[in-house]
Design a protein around this ligand. Structure first.
Ligand code: S3P
Length: 416
């Protein structure tokens, strides 16, 4: 078996969420092309509809009739499902409304920390009740005041939450983080007319702002492409072109790491659409070697660590990943999950408090493994199964619907 072909990848999840939410609070009609129709983004869409935003689909595009900054009080609770991005970003908008809203989520989301957004929003003047820092949370918005927030963690979700709230605060709100996280929010707010400045790890926004509508094109998601990049790199005799992938420099840690490991990766047809870089990525299989990944690089590949662990099982030497404690509070504890499941397949892998150690190369065996209903764990294990001997059974494999509903079909198409 080897991999060959040319594929399109699922549209970017982070950018799809932002396109919906920013369009919702702009004044007028925005059009979103290549929107990701996956469960997480549908959660955002349903919450916005409940808040009175008119969202429809026409000729494959999502048409959002923005309400301006003020939304309507929903009749019931808002359900963010499995989506951390939905609850954290939307909270920034809700903090600016003059009504109270309750947000709930599924079992996984109910275990994820919300103090990180509650703290800055309370500082800005929102009144928030929570289950001790977890969902459900109830946000009573009002007149917000600007803050200069120094975040202890690097997080695009927290940053985007504060920026949304900053739209409603009279004056300049700023957010600083230890390492720069993905900057899609800043770029898109700018293209909708916000007065926003960003350099290095600090971004500032001027409120109270009126946004104008805009047309958005969503590039392919590099975090989804990562599974196919690694699959092609580790399966002998493979070659794959992944078309129209977003290569925003705050997301391309996976390319740097794989190249460091000796992967053959070419970037072709590079261009810019709506302030985001897009390219085709061509990968060929090769012998891989180990690498080290430290704290400073983590935000650039935060969602790719499970799939990098899979690549490391097929690489010569010891790969050490540190500074990645945030993975413990994703859809599942991703450090624990990837270690336990790759171990079942025969990998030499162990957990650090804030990372992983993987010794390779090892032969993997097909066994029954658990995705923990985490889409990125399921897809990582699917890639591991390509180099495993025997059949691999992945429990709850349908959880790929969270970010990449076509994953299993795309995989089938390129396996020769
Ligand atoms: C996201 C940011 C990251 C990432 C998540 C999506 C976003 O989370 O892990 O999948 O869209 O802002 P953090 O910013 O909380 O690390």
């Amino acid at each position: 078996m080897f991999i060959k072909g040319e594929i399109e990848i699922a549209p970017d999840k982070s950018i799809s969420h932002r396109a919906l939410m920013i369009s919702a609070v702009a004044e007028g009609t925005s059009r979103i092309k290549n929107f990701l129709k996956a469960e997480d983004c549908i959660s955002t869409m349903n919450c916005l509809k409940k808040l009175g935003v008119d969202i429809a689909e026409k000729d494959g595009e999502i048409i959002v009739k923005g309400n301006g900054l003020k939304l309507k009080k929903p009749s019931g609770v808002l359900d963010a499902g499995n989506s951390g991005t939905t609850v954290r970003l939307l909270s920034g908008i809700l903090a600016g409304q003059n009504f109270a809203t309750k947000i709930i989520g599924d079992e996984s989301l109910s275990k994820r920390p919300m103090k990180r957004i509650i703290e800055p929003l309370e500082k800005m003047g929102a009144k928030i009740k929570s289950n001790n820092g977890y969902l459900p949370i109830e946000i009573e918005g009002g007149n917000l005041k600007p803050i200069n927030y120094d975040s202890k963690i690097s997080s695009a979700q927290v940053k985007s939450c504060v920026l949304f709230a900053g739209l409603y605060a009279d004056g300049i709100t700023s957010f600083t983080e230890p390492e720069k996280s993905r900057d899609h929010m800043e770029r898109m707010l700018k293209s909708f007319g916000a007065k926003i400045e960003f350099n290095k790890n600090t971004v500032s926004i001027k409120g109270i702002a009126k946004l104008h509508p805009s047309d958005v094109f969503i590039p392919g998601d590099i975090s989804s492409a990562a599974f196919f990049m690694v699959a092609t790199a580790i399966v002998k005799g493979s070659e794959l072109k992944i078309k129209n992938v977003g290569i925003n420099p705050t997301r391309t840690g996976i390319i740097d790491v794989l190249k460091r490991m000796g992967a053959k990766i070419e970037i072709e047809n590079k261009r810019e659409i709506a302030d985001e870089l897009i390219a085709d990525i061509v990968v060929k299989s090769s012998e891989l070697k180990s690498t080290n990944i430290e704290r400073g690089e983590i935000p650039l590949l935060i969602d790719e660590i499970p799939i990098i662990a899979v690549a490391a099982t097929q690489s010569e030497g010891i790969t050490k990943i540190t500074g990645a404690k945030e993975l413990r509070v994703k859809e599942t504890d991703r450090l624990k999950a990837i270690v336990s499941e790759l171990k079942k397949m025969g990998a030499e892998i162990s957990e650090l408090e804030d990372g992983l150690i993987v010794k390779g190369p090892t032969k993997l065996n097909g066994v029954r493994v658990d995705s923990y209903k985490d889409h990125r764990i399921a897809m990582s294990l699917a890639v591991a199964s390509l180099v495993a001997e025997g059949n691999t059974e992945i429990l709850n494999r349908e959880c790929v619907n969270i970010s990449f509903p076509e994953f299993w079909n795309v995989l089938k198409k390129i396996k020769q």
